[in-house]
Design a protein around this ligand. Structure first.
Ligand code: GAP
Length: 442
């Protein structure tokens, strides 16, 4: 992890937020390459969940909702973690995660082992509070959403009617969520501000088990299709005492991070809990009327809920590779080309003989189709290595032969193999090579 964190900073994937002021606990900023990578993760999710299906539509709901939303959802009452204080070092820890925590004064010890007395656990609500308008009083209290899901439930009827959808159908949303985590950590794995990619799939009650099974399979496969090592992915069913207050079944897709197997996303069966509660609290009818059977019913919900930052971290961890090449360590990010922040680097072999001009012109035309990067500084080998480190799948070199026969060298990141390709055919050649990329071949 420490190698990855330092590469992420050095190459502009992720920076510590407010670094010039000493940073702020577990807040991170995405740099020029990180923002591209994260966008690609979100685009891949949106494509798989919305654009490639005819039974899911999108939504972008507000972060600040009516406070009643969180009463109805159960978050005000139940969205808590057990908190203990150490009376000696004044540290605050999650009572159920003491094994993973460290004493603030003696980091070699766990809280409680250092001689400090721990208070009895008390329930700490993870929602961030704020105030609407200029008066800071109870009546103006609002919350930053701790999950994007509730904006989907409150819009169930709006979307169903506007999009003329009939269960089974889903509503997908990507957006920021906020949780005042007691112990954030592991880089961008657990933070207080993060992005979620959530989809609520509304089904006739009798079909919930079938769809729960279907979404478990589909969501694990999504990571594999984007190049993640299947041996480092697994599904883990929640035990009864782990289930959230709204759920009668939940499976996590877990990834083997350097710090152990950890949750990437949860696929939860939320029953009809949320729609019924919103119906009860708002007084609005949130049933679906089936024209064919003439039946009114409250749909059941299957929810695949993924973390965008966590997925981004997992893709980075999974792609990070060190190889020994000619006695030197080559660091290469073997990212799937769809996720790679830069797709093609254009490199003139030397800074003379018209090569930079030709390379610039080529870059300009490829820019219409791919995210490109132009680099003429330093030896070609070093330029290749810089691109390997940020996961650029293809480097295109303009050399002496280009002027003579109109061909360029295409160098493949994973195999380091080079081939000559006609400049005119380059765009379609690169598209085909990206489409043909597979993990096995790397
Ligand atoms: N709507 C259901 C829900 O929010 P969750 O398991 O609490 O379920 C879903 O969150 C996903 O959101 C998690 O699997 C994780 O990927 C991501 N997530 C949750 N809390 C997070 C945090 N503090 N930092 C980063 N990602 C988080």
């Amino acid at each position: 992890m420490s190698k990855l964190v330092s590469l992420a900073k050095r190459r502009g994937f992720v920076f510590q937020a407010s670094e010039i002021y000493g940073g702020i606990g577990s807040s991170w900023d995405y740099g020029p390459l990180g923002v591209e990578l994260k966008r690609n993760v979100k685009d891949a999710w949106w494509r798989a969940m919305v654009h490639e299906r005819d039974d899911i539509v999108g939504l972008d709901s507000a972060i600040i909702q009516h406070p009643k939303v969180w009463e109805a959802s159960g978050h005000i009452e139940n969205f808590t973690d057990p908190l203990v204080d150490c009376l000696k070092c004044k540290g605050r820890f999650r009572a159920d995660k003491l094994d993973d925590a460290r004493c603030l004064e003696k980091p070699s010890k766990k809280p409680g082992e250092c001689g400090g007395e721990l208070t009895a656990p008390r329930r700490f609500n993870l929602m961030f509070k704020t105030f609407l308008g200029p008066v800071e009083e109870g009546a103006a209290t609002a919350y930053l959403r701790p999950e994007t899901a509730q904006g989907i439930f409150t819009n169930f009827v709006n979307v169903q009617q506007a999009a003329r959808k009939k269960p089974p159908f889903g509503i997908a949303q990507i957006g920021k969520s906020f949780r005042n985590e007691i112990t954030p950590g592991n880089f961008i794995f657990r933070t207080r501000e993060f992005e979620q990619m959530e989809m609520e799939f509304f089904v006739p009650p009798a079909q919930w088990e079938q769809w729960y099974g279907e979404w478990r399979k589909l969501r694990q496969q999504w990571y594999v299709d984007l190049g993640m090592d299947p041996a480092k992915l697994r599904l883990r069913d929640h035990a009864k005492d782990e289930l959230a207050h709204y759920s009668n079944g939940c499976t996590d897709v877990e990834y083997l991070f350097p710090f152990g197997w950890s949750e990437l996303e949860g696929i939860a069966s939320r029953t009809d809990f949320d729609l019924k509660r919103h119906s009860q609290f708002s007084g609005k009818d949130l049933q679906y009327f089936d024209e064919q059977t003439k039946e009114h019913y409250v749909p059941y919900v299957i929810e695949p809920a993924a973390g965008c930052d966590r997925a981004t971290l997992a893709f980075l961890v999974d792609a990070y590779t060190e190889e020994l090449v000619e006695g030197e360590v080559r660091v290469v990010m073997k990212l799937h080309p769809r996720l790679a922040p830069l797709k093609v680097a254009i490199l003139p072999l030397v800074k003379k003989d018209g090569m930079p001009e030709r390379a610039r012109a080529l870059e300009k035309s490829l820019r219409q189709r791919f995210t490109t990067f132009y680099d003429e500084a330093g030896a070609i080998g070093r330029r290749y290595r810089r691109m390997d480190e940020v996961g650029t799948p293809f480097c295109v070199t303009i050399d002496g032969q280009t002027a003579a026969d109109g061909t360029v060298t295409v160098r493949h990141r994973d195999s380091m193999q080079q081939e000559r390709v006609a400049e005119k055919a380059l765009e379609s050649h690169l598209s085909a090579a990206m489409a043909a990329w597979s993990r096995g071949a790397r």
